[in-house]
Ligand binder design. Structure first.
Ligand SMILES: Nc1nc2c(ncn2[C@@H]2O[C@H](COP(=O)(O)OP(=O)(O)O[C@H]3O[C@H](CO)[C@@H](O)[C@H](O)[C@@H]3O)[C@@H](O)[C@H]2O)c(=O)[nH]1
Ligand SMILES: [Mg+2]
Length: 199
């Protein structure tokens, strides 16, 4: 592993905003020092849409988990199937919002459960070569007494989210047969498996 600090490898960083409608797509130009000591001016496009939080809700007694199903345009754009994506509950973190506060809010909005706290189990970049987004991954137990509405997402944000409560074993099967192909969801389901969250 190389130990040169990033300050010694980078200089003259400039930002050019290429698009800024919903989130910001920047072109970042920078001088980069290679290991042989040579400098080269490089350019990378970087899409900044903030950070995100997501959560796997699980019920050990029932052996179930709560997932969501919704249309995702970028997924549709990629493989032109139906564009429906089965995912753990997730949302973009508001400015100055703590990831745990965000995920408690999203849990209420998207799947209709009021949880008091959530345990952070991982952090990950979703696509570090292209997107600035860091994702904070949580787990929390749920039960029927915590259900306060039907979820579904916010109408003002045009969200249409189907709430799925399914056996954990079925969710794991959906990873194995490629029906669940969202990375954060696979990570959390496998975390639950490795750490025996559902007994
Ligand atoms: N007009 C417009 N609206 C958008 C756009 N992107 C998102 N929105 C709106 O913003 C809402 C964001 O809902 P959240 O629940 O906060 O986020 P999310 O769409 O579930 O995204 C989460 O998952 C993504 C995929 O893994 C993550 O990329 C994201 O950070 C977050 O965790 C969407 O329902 C939609 O109304 C866009 O490009 N244009
Ligand atoms: Mg969401």
């Amino acid at each position: 592993m190389k130990t040169t600090s990033v300050e010694d490898k980078l200089r003259n960083i400039t930002y050019t905003e290429l698009s800024g409608e919903w989130a910001t797509l920047n072109r970042i130009d920078y001088d980069y020092k290679f290991e042989d000591g040579s400098w080269k001016r490089l350019s990378r496009e970087s899409y900044d849409r903030g950070n995100g939080a997501c959560i796997l809700l699980y019920n050990e007694e029932k052996g179930t988990v709560i997932l969501t199903k919704q249309f995702r345009m970028p997924a549709y754009d990629n493989h032109k199937a139906d564009g429906m994506s089965i995912e753990v509950c997730a949302g973009a973190i508001d400015k100055n919002e703590a990831p745990e506060i965000c995920i408690i809010r999203e849990t209420e909005e998207e799947v209709g459960y009021r949880i008091k706290s959530a345990k952070k189990v991982m952090e990950c970049y979703t696509s570090p070569g292209a997107v600035t987004e860091k994702m904070f991954l949580f787990v929390a137990p749920y039960d029927d007494t915590m259900k306060i509405n039907d979820g579904g997402g916010l109408e003002i944000e045009d969200e249409e989210i189907e709430v799925l409560e399914m056996p954990f074993s079925e969710a794991i099967k959906m990873v194995d047969n490629f029906k669940i192909i969202d990375a954060k969801t696979i990570l959390l389901l496998q975390y639950a498996q490795i750490h025996n969250l559902l007994g």
